[in-house]
Design a protein around this ligand. Structure first.
Ligand SMILES: [Zn+2]
Length: 369
């Protein structure tokens, strides 16, 4: 009886939260729509015309639902709409060519942009690539080379999400810095909060410790996790093969390194750092028969890399590295901390426009101050 009442209360709570989220999304979309029709994006875009816009994508999905799990993916439909708009308004160049021009101080066209993808998911080939070809748009894909090397490999962050979202238990426990923390995972909203906190904590650990914690989570749930269990999951989580990489490399797609294992490099020892940066570079060069000069920091916030890491990148022969710091690039931007704009799932095209024209960043600054 008590359990039923408790469950009913938790279901009502999830519904209330869902309703609130839908309302917030509708308000947000309406707000960005008003800015669009007021011409705000047009003016902001003109202000950025002499700065280079670099976009970050992860996955592009034909079949993915509009869920938290797919938050870093865009739909094929939205991706095509975005590419069509970018092609009309920007000169889209390979990132490598932009970096060379910036480094030499050579002029770039007004409204220059580059398209990049992090992680090297297979959907970049099956879903995004045909659209890029249709619009004749070059792009850069940053590979996690251990994933490209092992068919069936999966990213640990995706695996942790799957443990939390597919489990039928209501609680999970995790040893965090000497204390046993308990996480409610009884509703979709609770799962989101637990996932954010657990992944955030695990990112601070070294790979061995992290895997030990993941194993302990796996032991607490009621089922085996096969991340690639159905077609929708395979489209979301599978990585590119070297055959697919080589094929795209002949047609306007360049490849850079995103480390070997997606390690957050600020936490690595000098030997581990060298291994992540040099082995991945060599692997890409062996497979493609040309130099690999671009790097993308896993996670990419200012906390995830240091001056030490930037020096090692430079010594290893990388000419530039992209971060996940929001912003545009000029000749004065640090070439080992280039700014990018991360495009996430959103039902509204106006939200995309707010991000790429710089309005989103301005609003964020105002609301922070
Ligand atoms: Zn990544």
């Amino acid at each position: 009886m008590l359990v039923t009442r408790e469950r009913k209360a938790s279901e009502a709570e999830s519904l209330r939260r869902l309703g609130k989220r839908v309302m917030t999304d509708m308000l947000k979309n309406a707000f960005y729509g008003v800015l669009r029709h007021g011409g705000v994006y047009h003016v902001s875009r003109q202000k950025q015309k002499n700065r280079v816009l670099i976009l970050t994508y992860h996955g592009v999905l034909k079949n993915g639902s509009d869920s938290y799990i797919n938050r870093n993916c865009v739909s094929a439909e939205m991706f095509e709409q975005q590419m069509r708009w970018l092609k009309r308004h920007y000169t889209i160049m390979p990132l490598g060519d932009i970096v060379e021009a910036l480094r030499r101080g050579e002029p770039l066209p007004e409204y220059t942009a580059a398209i990049t993808f992090d992680d090297g998911f297979r959907n970049n080939f099956t879903v995004a690539y045909p659209i890029l070809v249709r619009y004749n748009i070059p792009a850069t894909i940053f590979l996690i080379t251990d994933m490209t090397d092992q068919p069936g490999a999966r990213l640990w962050t995706d695996h942790v999400d799957a443990i939390i979202f597919r489990a039928n238990v209501r609680r999970l426990q995790l040893q965090m810095n000497g204390t046993l923390a308990e996480f409610d995972i009884s509703s979709p909203q609770a799962k989101i909060q637990a996932s954010d906190r657990i992944r955030g904590f695990l990112k601070t650990l070294n790979p061995q410790e992290r895997d030990r914690h993941i194993l302990s989570l796996e032991r607490q749930i009621d089922r085996e996790i096969d991340l690639l269990e159905d077609e929708e999951s395979r489209e979301r989580y599978e990585f590119l093969s070297w055959d697919e990489v080589r094929l795209m490399a002949e047609h306007q797609i360049e490849f850079g390194s995103h480390t070997r294992s997606h390690a957050i490099i600020a936490h690595l020892s000098p030997a581990e750092l060298e291994n992540e940066l040099l082995v991945s570079k060599r692997r890409i060069e062996e497979q493609l028969g040309k130099p690999c000069r671009l790097f993308s920091y896993p996670n990419g916030t200012p906390r995830d890399f240091s001056i030490r890491d930037q020096k090692v990148l430079q010594q290893a022969g990388y000419t530039a590295a992209v971060s996940q710091i929001y912003g545009f690039n000029t000749y004065d931007t640090d070439f080992y901390a280039l700014r990018r704009i991360n495009i996430v799932r959103s039902p509204s095209f106006s939200y995309f426009l707010a991000k790429v024209t710089g309005v989103w960043g301005r609003l964020r600054e105002w609301t922070r101050n």
